[in-house]
Design a protein around this ligand. Structure first.
Ligand SMILES: C[S@@+](CC[C@H](N)C(=O)[O-])C[C@H]1O[C@@H](n2cnc3c(N)ncnc32)[C@H](O)[C@@H]1O
Length: 228
């Protein structure tokens, strides 16, 4: 089988035969500290709503989001050195908005060591790696132990917004968010190139240009959230 073809063209490729399973707990003590530091007064006093983007690739979404939302600020995290280098080139050309903080780090290090509880208003996870094999279920973000921490740093009524081109991934994520994480589903909707004239990310542009549909899932942490 041509794996690359099935990854991107066959929406039923993801192995989702299992039921929603409990997600193993996370011990932040076991997660390495990041190399990066935040500015000393980053969390001090009254501050703009702070959002987090996990796996921001070469930075197309962070750049536009910060330009379009000058009253918010965004921490964008990417672990790949190659993508971070490309991002640096783009930022040097276009200029980095002052409300954008880019970190070349693993998301788990940032979440565990740099971000206090209940401090993030919105989390973006855009076009995550699908980990299609059933045995890699616990690498998909909604079934990953780091989700315990993501939901801790999220404020009450905060949002997790995911986009993907893989419908089965999004359906499974919706079930996990509802049934395991006790979140409220705002919407799961599809869109095509006609609906999204200016794609948010490089991956989104690639899929829409190929004529594929993409999907957006938005969930929120209710005021009376019960942690699983
Ligand atoms: C499929 S790419 C999507 C990139 C971008 N969001 C886009 O849509 O163009 C997934 C990205 O997530 C990054 N990533 C995956 N796991 C990560 C982690 N634990 N911490 C930080 N970045 C991560 C990968 O390096 C990769 O750049």
């Amino acid at each position: 089988m041509d794996l690359a073809r099935s990854y991107f063209n066959d929406l039923s490729f993801l192995d989702t035969r299992h039921r929603v399973k409990a997600v193993r707990p996370l011990r932040c003590e076991d997660i390495p500290a990041p190399k990066s530091k935040l500015p000393e007064d980053f969390w001090a006093g009254e501050r703009a709503a702070t959002d987090l983007e996990i796996g921001c690739g070469v930075g197309r979404h962070p750049l536009r989001y910060c330009q379009n939302n000058p009253r918010r600020r965004l921490i964008a995290v990417e672990k790949s050195p190659v993508r971070c280098r490309s991002m640096k080139v783009v930022m040097e050309k276009e200029g980095r908005p002052s409300n954008l903080l880019l970190l070349h780090e693993h998301a788990s290090s940032v979440l565990c060591h740099l971000i206090p509880e209940s401090s993030i208003s919105r989390v973006f996870i855009l076009y995550p790696n699908p980990y299609p094999k059933a045995k890699h279920l616990n690498q998909r973000w909604h079934a990953h132990s780091i989700m315990h921490r993501i939901l801790k740093v999220l404020c009450a009524e905060g949002e997790v917004l995911m986009r993907s081109n893989i419908e089965s991934y999004m359906i499974e994520a919706k079930e996990y968010f509802q049934d395991h994480w006790n979140l409220k589903v705002n919407h799961l909707k599809s869109f095509s190139k006609e609906d999204q004239k200016d794609p948010w990310t490089h991956f989104e542009k690639k899929y829409l240009d190929r004529g594929q549909k993409c999907f957006e899932l938005s969930v929120c942490k209710p005021l009376n959230w019960k942690k699983p």
